[in-house]
Design a protein around this ligand. Sequence first.
Ligand code: HPA
Ligand code: ZN
Length: 350
Amino acid sequence: MSQSAFTISHDQLPALVQAMPKAELHMHIEGSLEPELIFALAQRNGVTLSYPSVEALRAAYAFTDLQSFLDIYYAGASVLLKEQDFHDMAWAYFLKAKADNVVHAELFFDPQTHTGRGVPFEVVIQGLHSACERARTELGVSSALIMCFLRHLSEEDALKTLEQSLPYRHLFIGVGLDSSERGHPPEKFARVFARCKELGLHLVAHAGEEGPPEYIINALDVLHVERIDHGVRCVEDPELVKRLARQGTALTVCPLSNIKLCVFKTMKEHNLKTLLQHGLKVTINSDDPAYFGGYMNQNFLATFADLDLDANDAYTLACNSFEASFVSDSVKAGWIAQLDQTFARFNAQS
Ligand code: HPA
Ligand code: ZN
């Protein structure tokens, strides 16, 4: 269906956003741990938390930047010890995804956050994998795992993690780069990404969330990534914007995350609409939904409420999420056909 063909009215947008099928391409599964589940797992595993209650923990979610969030995020993950814990965490996410009409999710996981505490790699990946299988069979939600390297740690540590992952190579589709961005440029991980490329893994990296546009350029030129996670600071370099548009490189943008971590002061100041106007392949994602105030549809609704976006933008964003996903062209086409049907139904009612 061609763009700008929709006459769906503004008051229909919330229902349209809810109903349309979509893919989530940027979410950290450890960032879906709700305070209630953190406390339940702490109790189950005999872990002592430094917060007295669910309410006290939630009240601590007042972040000033990425690092202030990461400190709490890594503390929250300390309750994950057993395979069942990883399964329960991912299953809780898939229930939320299903409710938001997410038909496909590519999930980041951070093995070093767990292996660094003595939790075996196998425990992490088997727990997550069994939840992915269950989501497929019980919910009809498709998913895949992307292993992220923590950029505040050394490249040697990332190489060691890659070695540990090799017996489970068939259980994940790609690698990414996350954690503290500033001071940890992409080129720090050139060798490990080269090795991952040889292994046929998909490659993505966080860049241009807090870091400068050069980090996006080096993620593309040195790491050879296929998508940029966040990437919102690309607008500071007009040549880079033109290049991203020309190449059709996807930017997996996370609006509520960007507000919570003070990348933009308010949603009205978010540059998502500007990015779309530059012809960039933008997608909307939840990043760490338990920490940032919302899952997929809440990210869509908050963005649409403040940025004067319309049904054509909703179509573009959902279509981009499928096109930028790492599934086959025929699977993408099936989901885009479902998307077209949803829009045709709303268009006929308007
Ligand atoms: N940025 C970088 N690293 C992360 C994030 C993020 O938003 N969430 C979890 N790890
Ligand atoms: Zn992220």
